[in-house]
Design a protein around this ligand. Structure first.
Ligand code: BES
Ligand code: MG
Ligand code: ZN
Length: 497
């Protein structure tokens, strides 16, 4: 799969290439003297006042002043947001390089490594195009100049370099996840998931196991098989393994992803409006296979497994019917009252299989599981439901440092009460109230006891219809890759924990 890599070359120090602009981020309450004297009129008239999102170009000196707003409002988020749009501009401009000045104020307030990481990452994400199947995309390749960072504080150089190194790997894998997420179901099928996983395995040095339909049958993965039986595309389960030598963390982390390359709803078919967006129903799987790629490439010293259940949910004569009962991997029988609640069928099998075979200490699934999570959290945070305070705490920390927002939701037993069936062990729906929570209670039935587990519902954060503070335009966000990379870093630091 030909994924366009960011062509932007980042470095630390003076930018000696041609056609460069200096970029000076400025805070409103302390504008640089030279700007105040040279452009007093413009400042007085409000053309540029250092407001967040404002920019001003001094063409004679080739300087772009970027407003960051008030100094007490400066955060990783506000800076990242501004540099996303710089990335977008670089894609449209022809061979323009940048020399970004990082003031002492910025490196002190936000920590140099995370500042540089977030800025470089945002530029790479903002520069990434999504019209990859358009004629324009093939014919008009953007030309990028080099981007460098100049530090006011020379002692900050080492950590700036660390931030850049992290961004290099992470942005590549975030954009990889976005690329496959955005491809429609006729371009990205379960077979393509296998190819992409093999590419990642090769690139990042991972072990890969692909289970095709016969193996899924042998392993009694009744849920994955049930979901895919109405489609002509065969289901898969793919496992990637990263085993760093002499891992610092003794704890094993398993990442599980929902990989529905298309979810029509099956016989409980979805309304036509927005059904096309169900090509994104594989974003959980895209996130976890790319996250493990980034974790391995960065050499984070934690053993990680990424496992994805891949299928297409379609209605045809062979399709699963409402009321059908199947037997899941862990032996539970399930009455499928709604074939559109299919993600939990697929994930249930993967959670059970990985729990038994690999006995991970931590297991986290990412899934575009419920429309209900969009009702509760909109598009700005993913919902976390966990059986472990420890894991919840680690995810809170990773969310704060990565700036991928999570929000904790309850997993109380009452939310699972309506999953009872009069014919089987359980049914796959429980009514509309708290729909994301009953979905999580369903998944919990497939997690072996003793495993610290968290379910992350990313249905609201995996893609967007329009731009937001954290995203430059519409389309796939790659949500989860940065969160999981930071989680692995926390585990590495905590060593035995
Ligand atoms: N993939 C969908 C969830 C979804 C819906 C994600 C809209 C993003 C936007 C999932 O398979 C699904 O259809 N869930 C149902 C569950 C219901 C039938 C209990 C839903 O949310 O409506
Ligand atoms: Mg569905
Ligand atoms: Zn789905």
């Amino acid at each position: 799969m030909k994924i366009e890599r960011s062509k932007i070359n980042f470095s630390i120090g003076k930018n000696t290439s041609k056609n460069i602009y200096k970029v000076i981020p400025v805070v409103k309450d302390s504008l640089p003297k030279e700007l105040e004297t040279k452009f007093a009129d413009q400042i007085r008239s409000g053309i540029f006042a250092g407001e967040s999102g404002q920019s001003f170009i001094d063409e004679s000196e080739r300087i772009i002043y970027l407003g960051l707003g008030n100094s007490n409002k400066v955060s990783i988020r506000s800076v990242a947001q501004i540099f996303l749009s710089i990335g977008e501009k670089l894609r449209k401009w022809d061979s323009v390089g940048l020399e970004i000045k990082l003031t002492r104020f910025l490196t002190k307030t936000l920590s140099t490594s995370s500042l540089v990481y977030q800025i470089a990452n945002s530029i790479d994400l903002g520069a990434f195009p999504i019209n990859v199947l358009a004629k324009d995309f093939k014919e008009k390749k953007p030309k990028f100049g080099n981007v460098s960072f100049v530090l006011e504080d020379p002692n900050a150089e080492k950590s700036a370099k660390a931030g850049l190194d992290k961004s290099r790997s992470v942005s590549k894998y975030v954009n990889g996840a976005r690329y496959i997420a955005h491809l429609p179901a006729n371009h990205f099928t379960p077979e393509e998931f296998v190819s992409r996983s093999k590419e990642i395995a090769k690139e990042a040095g991972l072990k890969i196991t692909v289970m095709d339909e016969p193996q899924l049958k042998k392993e009694k993965m009744g849920g994955i098989l049930a979901v895919s039986q109405g489609s002509d595309k065969k289901p898969k389960m793919i496992v990637l393994e990263y085993n760093p030598p002499k891992a610092k963390s003794k704890k094993k982390l398993a990442l599980i992803g929902k990989g529905l390359t298309f979810d029509s709803g099956g016989i409980s078919i979805k309304p036509a409006q927005d059904m096309h967006e169900m090509k994104y129903d594989m974003c959980g799987a895209a996130a976890v296979i790319h996250a493990i790629g980034a974790i391995a490439e960065l050499g984070i010293s934690v053993p990680v497994i990424a496992a994805i259940g891949v299928a297409e949910n379609m209605p045809d004569a062979a399709a699963l019917k409402p009321g059908d009962v199947y037997t899941a991997h862990n032996g539970l029988t399930v009455e499928v009252q709604n074939t559109d609640a299919e993600g939990r069928l697929v994930l249930g099998d993967v959670l059970s299989y990985i729990g038994k075979k690999y006995k991970p200490d931590y297991m986290i699934d990412l899934a575009t599981l419920t429309g209900a999570i969009i009702i509760s959290l909109g598009h700005e945070a993913a919902g976390v439901m966990s059986n472990s305070d420890k894991l919840r705490g680690l995810l809170d920390e990773a969310s704060a440092s990565s700036d991928e927002r999570t929000w904790n939701l309850p997993l109380w037993d009452e939310y699972g009460e309506d999953l009872k069936s009069d014919i089987a062990d359980l049914r796959n729906i429980a009514g509309r109230p708290g729909g994301s929570l009953s979905a999580a209670k369903y998944l919990e039935r497939f997690v072996d006891s003793g495993i610290d587990w968290a379910h992350i519902d990313i249905a609201g954060t995996a893609w967007r219809k329009k731009a937001s503070g954290t995203q430059i335009g519409n389309g796939p966000s790659g949500y989860g890759v940065r969160l999981l990379v930071d989680l692995a870093e926390k585990l590495e630091k905590n060593r035995g924990v």
